[in-house]
Write a protein that binds this ligand. Structure first.
Ligand code: XMP
Length: 522
C-alpha cells in the first residue's frame, strides 16, 4: 500500500510529532509515524526505512524504564535524525551522557522557548542554513546532553545548549536539541530537506503518484466485490468515493442521507454533482421526516446528537442492505485519526461533544473497511480532490458538522426555525463570498437562537427570532478565534438578513474564541 522509499518516524510522544510528518510530506517524501512501543526489530525489517527520525517526547531519558528505540535501529546503516528527546536517547544509547534538569530532579538547565544557535563547523545537514551567522530555533527540554557519544562532534551551540547540533558523520547520525519542525524554528524545513537529500530520497511522492498507487491498492483489496460508502457531502467522504469509483466503477454504491438538517439547496447540489459529473451510483435517501420526528421536543444538545448518530446508523444500514453482496464499507479516515488511535499518549479524556460518525457500522454489519485516505493529511486530501477533478469551490467548502443544523438551533428544533435558519445562513454566506472573505475564514455559519425579541419594522411591532452569526479562524478546529469583520460588513449583513429573512428581527455577532467557547453552539 505504501511508497517504495519510506522514512520512519519513531514517536516518543511529542506534541508536535505530526509536524515532522507534515514537513516531510511537503518535501514529497513518504513517511509514517509509529509509536516507539510498536517498533521492534521485526518491524524494522518489514518497514525497511530509508531513513529514521526520533521524535521528541515528554519523558526523561535519565528515568529508568523510559522509552528507547530498539538497538537494531542503529545497525540498519541508514541516516538517523534525533530531535530533542530523540537526541538524548541517541546519545545515551550510543555511550554519551544525559543529565536531568529541574523537572526530572537534576540540577541542570531546562530551556523552553526561543534560542539562537551558531555554527561550529560545516555539515551537510546544515547546508544553506546559517546564512546570517545564527539561526533562531525553538527549545523545549528539561534534561540536557552533558557528554556526547563517541564518534560524534558538535556542529552548533546555543547559550544554554552546548550540544545543540551534534553528528556522527561516518554513520550519518544527526542529533539536535531543538525542534526544527515547529513554526518558531523559522528555517527548520531546510534541515529536513538536507536530511532527506543526504539519505538519497528521490522525493517523488506526489498526489498523482498516490492516486495511481491507491487505485491499484483498492482493486487488489476489493477485487470484484461490492463497496458501499456514506457520502456526507464533505471533502473527505467525497474524495474517498471518487477515488474508489475510479478504481471499481459500478461496484461502488454511495448513500447520501438527507436528515432534514442540511443547508439551503445542499441535498440537491451534492447529489447532482456526483450523479452528473461522476456518474456515480448514488442512493439519495430523504429521511428528513424520520429524523425531525424523533428530534421533536428534544432540546438537550447531547440527546440531539445521540438521536441523530443512532438514526444515521440505522438508516444507512437500511439502504446498505439493499446493495446485494456488499462486503466493504468505505470511510474517509485521515492520517491524524489513525495516529490518534494508535498514539500511546492517549486521546482526549473528557467528552465535550459526542461526534457524529459511522464508527460502529463495520462491526455491526460485518463489513471490511476500505480507507483510501488513511495516509493523508487534510490538505493532502484537498490536493487529491483537485487531482481527481473536484471543483475548487467544493474543495474549499467550510467544514459542516454531521448533525448539521441541529446543533446550530439551540433548544428545540422545529421546521419553522430550520427554514428561517437556512435563509439567514444563505444570506450570510453570500455576503462573505461577495466580499471575497470565504477562503480567509475557517468556518462561518448562522445559528438561530431560542429567543424572540421585540423590534419595530415600518410602523409595526415585530416579535421574531434573534440569530447569531459565527465566523472563526483556525488551523485544525481544535482552537479558534473569531473573525474580525469590520463594522460596515456586520451592519450591512444584519440589515440584509432582517430585510430578506422573514422571522428574524435581530442579529448578533459571536466574538467568543475556542476555548472557552466551542465553534458550534451545541
Ligand atoms: P466544536 O464545536 O467542537 O467543533 O468546536 C469543532 C469542529 O468540528 C465540527 N463538528 C463536527 N463535525 N461531526 C462532525 O463531523 C460532529 O458531530 C461535529 N461536531 C462539531 C465543527 O463544525 C467544527 O468544524
Amino acid at each position: 500500500m505504501s511508497a517504495e522509499e519510506k522514512l520512519l518516524i519513531i514517536d516518543f510522544g511529542s506534541q508536535v510529532t505530526q509536524l515532522i510528518a507534515r514537513r516531510l510530506r511537503e518535501l514529497n517524501v513518504y513517511c509514517e509515524i509509529h509509536p516507539y512501543q510498536n517498533v521492534n526489530s521485526a518491524f524494522l525489517r518489514e518497514f525497511a526505512p530509508k531513513a529514521v527520525i526520533f521524535s521528541g517526547g515528554p519523558d526523561s531519558v535519565v528515568r529508568e524504564g523510559s522509552p528507547r528505540p530498539p538497538s537494531e535501529v542503529y545497525e540498519l546503516g541508514v541516516p538517523i535524525l534525533g530531535i530533542c528527546y530523540g537526541q538524548q536517547t541517541m546519545m545515551q544509547d550510543l555511550g554519551g551522557r544525559v543529565d536531568g534538569g529541574k523537572i526530572s530532579g537534576g540540577g541542570g538547565t531546562a530551556e523552553f522557548g526561543r534560542a539562537f544557535v551558531t555554527p561550529n563547523d560545516t555539515l551537510p545537514l546544515l547546508d544553506g542554513w546559517f546564512e546570517d551567522g545564527e539561526e533562531q530555533v525553538w527549545m523545549s527540554h528539561g534534561d540536557h546532553v552533558s557528554h556526547i557519544a563517541p564518534g560524534f562532534d558538535v556542529f552548533g551551540t546555543s547559550p544554554n545548549a552546548p550540544f545543540a547540533i551534534t553528528a556522527d558523520t561516518t554513520r550519518n547520525f544527526f542529533a539536535v536539541q531543538f525542534h526544527p519542525e515547529v513554526h518558531h524554528t523559522p528555517r527548520g524545513a531546510k534541515l529536513y530537506e538536507n536530511f532527506v537529500r543526504l539519505a538519497g530520497f528521490t522525493a517523488d511522492w506526489t498526489m498523482g503518484a498516490y492516486r495511481e498507487k491507491m487505485i491499484a491498492a483498492i482493486r487488489e483489496q476489493v477485487g470484484d466485490k461490492k463497496v458501499i460508502c456514506a457520502l456526507s457531502g464533505g471533502v473527505d467522504s467525497s474524495v474517498a468515493a471518487i477515488l474508489i469509483h475510479e478504481a471499481i466503477g459500478e461496484n461502488l454504491t454511495c448513500v447520501f442521507v438527507d436528515h432534514g438538517l442540511l443547508r439551503k439547496d445542499e441535498a440537491a447540489e451534492v447529489t447532482s454533482m456526483f450523479r452528473d459529473n461522476y456518474n456515480l451510483k448514488l442512493i439519495a435517501a430523504d429521511e428528513s421526516e424520520l429524523f425531525l420526528g424523533e428530534l421533536d421536543g428534544q432540546s438537550d444538545p447531547e440527546t440531539k446528537r445521540k438521536i441523530i448518530g443512532k438514526l444515521f446508523i440505522d438508516v444507512f444500514q437500511k439502504y446498505a442492505d439493499q446493495v446485494e453482496g456488499a462486503e466493504f464499507l468505505a470511510q474517509g479516515t485521515l492520517y491524524p485519526d489513525v495516529i490518534e488511535s494508535v498514539s500511546f499518549s492517549g486521546g482526549p479524556s473528557v467528552t465535550i461533544k459526542s461526534h457524529h460518525n459511522v464508527g460502529g457500522l463495520p462491526d455491526k454489519m460485518g463489513l471490511k473497511l476500505v480507507e483510501p485516505l488513511r495516509e493523508l493529511f487534510k490538505d493532502e486530501v484537498r490536493a487529491l480532490g483537485r487531482e481527481l477533478g473536484l471543483p475548487d469551490s467544493f474543495i474549499r467548502r467550510h467544514p459542516f458538522p454531521g448533525p448539521g443544523l441541529a446543533i446550530r438551533c439551540p433548544g428545540e428544533i422545529t421546521r419553522e426555525k430550520l427554514e428561517i435558519l437556512r435563509e439567514a445562513d444563505a444570506v450570510y454566506i453570500d455576503q462573505i463570498r461577495k466580499r471575497g472573505l470565504y477562503d480567509e475564514i475557517w468556518q462561518a455559519y448562522a445559528a438561530i437562537l431560542p429567543v424572540r425579541t421585540v423590534g419595530v419594522m415600518g410602523d409595526g411591532r415585530t416579535y421574531d427570532y434573534a440569530c447569531a452569526l459565527r465566523a472563526v479562524t483556525s488551523v485544525d478546529g481544535m482552537t479558534a478565534d473569531y473573525y474580525p469583520f469590520n463594522h460596515e460588513f456586520l451592519s450591512e449583513t444584519a440589515t440584509r438578513i432582517i430585510n430578506e429573512v422573514a422571522g428574524i428581527n435581530r442579529v448578533t455577532y459571536d466574538i467568543t474564541s475556542k476555548p472557552p467557547g466551542t465553534i458550534e453552539w451545541e
